[in-house]
Ligand binder design. Structure first.
Ligand code: SAH
Ligand code: SF4
Length: 373
């Protein structure tokens, strides 16, 4: 099986082209999509409505494989974290976060990250490599299989789905791996694959302005932007990509994005670092900057990492900051960490891996939560 294709690498168009290269009709791609992504099949022999001869060809030409699991950890609060082996000594992680009204999967898009944000464990590790589409969508495929062990038998309908929301907030900068991320997003939205509404899929970016514009054209899922500072001098320090795409350009890209997704809003993520970006004046400056832009703020009290000198502000300061935004008319949530007992809290993983597990805690007024559409 020298050049076996991994069918997890293909979205609908890719799979159609691939089956046609075998001399098969395009509708085979739809059958395969449904077997692989709706039912979680890994074995061609199980695909009973596919002609036997084709099943045999597939078995010699293709595989359906996600990255091997190195560790599988469950937390007392229901959070579950998988550490995946992506080869070359690199590992990435996927985190499952069940809540009362939804179940979110947080997935990674790169091993390491080249952006180098000062507070982030992944940034400190540096960039190793881009994940492939199979490694990205494979996290959702694998998690559904693990959480829904009967997937391969029977004919699960949508009601059997476990994961209702996906966030691209694990390791890596998704818009610096656009070519692999886009087919994965398309599979998440495809009715013959995961069938998630585009508001239930959130891509988080540190601010790759040209790619925000491409995403608006190609696949306008919910957008989260990691802002972290109200002015360029500070953001240049915290998020080095700001030197290339300063705040005014980033906010202009956000406005353009919403023109493609009119009833949507941008979620601004804002990590709170004691004495650095948590002053009341900075909250007021944020209000001025985002004036007129439909948005929410998601405040993330810093999770200490081994190599970082920053500190988490005390809860009163977090509350004061949130209240200024709220009083300015912006829906604001404060993220509460989950999964501490399995080391699955934001930015806490030692060495090469960490994640963004979080639960939104209500600050004061009732809030709209990410992906409630
Ligand atoms: N690269 C993308 C997506 C992955 S990071 C981005 O930066 O948006 C997802 C979120 O986790 C970002 O908002 C990031 O700022 C936050 N984060 C990183 N390190 C953290 C830490 N130590 N504590 C809390 N949040 C952190
Ligand atoms: Fe990369 Fe996001 Fe970490 Fe910044 S916060 S280093 S962009 S993963």
């Amino acid at each position: 099986m020298d050049h076996a294709a991994n069918l997890l690498d293909f979205d609908r168009d890719g799979l159609t082209a691939w089956v046609q290269s075998l001399g098969e009709k395009p509708f085979r791609a739809r059958q395969l999509l449904r077997w692989i992504h709706k039912r979680g099949a890994a074995d061609f022999a199980a695909m009973t409505d596919v002609a036997r001869s084709l099943r045999e060809t597939l078995a010699t030409r293709a595989v359906i494989e996600s990255a091997p699991i190195l560790r599988d950890g469950a937390s007392g609060d229901g959070t579950r974290k998988w550490l995946l082996d992506v080869g070359g000594g690199e590992a990435v992680e996927t985190v499952y976060i069940p809540e009362a009204d939804r179940a979110t999967l947080c997935i990674s898009t790169q091993a390491g990250c080249a952006v180098g944000c000062r507070f982030c464990a992944t940034g400190a590790q540096g960039f190793s490599r881009n994940l492939t589409t199979a490694e990205i969508i494979g996290q959702l495929w694998m998690a559904e299989r693990m959480l829904r062990p009967a997937a391969e038998s029977g004919t699960p309908g949508d009601g059997d789905r476990v994961i209702s929301n996906v966030v691209l907030m694990g390791m890596g900068e998704p818009l610096q791996n656009y070519d692999a991320v886009l087919p994965a997003l398309r599979l998440m939205l495809d009715d013959d694959a995961y069938g998630l509404s585009r508001r239930r899929v959130t891509l988080s970016t540190s601010g790759m302005v040209p790619m925000i514009d491409r995403l608006a054209q190609d696949c306008p899922v919910a957008l989260a932007v990691s802002l972290h500072a109200p002015d360029d001098a500070l953001r240049d320090e915290l998020v080095p990509l700001n030197r290339k795409y300063p705040i005014a350009e980033l906010l202009a890209a956000c406005r353009r994005y919403l023109a493609h997704a009119p009833r949507d809003f941008i979620t601004f993520e804002y990590i709170l670092l004691a004495g650095v970006n948590d002053a009341e004046d900075q909250a007021r400056e944020l209000l001025r900057r985002v004036d007129g832009l439909p948005c929410k703020f998601n405040l993330i009290p810093f999770n200490p990492t081994a190599m970082s000198a920053f500190q988490r502000p005390d809860p009163q300061r977090v509350r004061a900051f949130a209240e200024i935004l709220q009083e300015g008319g912006i829906v604001t949530t404060v993220r509460r960490t989950r999964g501490d007992d399995i080391d699955a809290a934001c930015g806490q993983l030692a060495g090469q891996v960490r994640d963004r597990t979080r639960l939104v805690a209500r600050v004061r007024t009732p809030v709209l939560m990410e992906g409630t559409a």
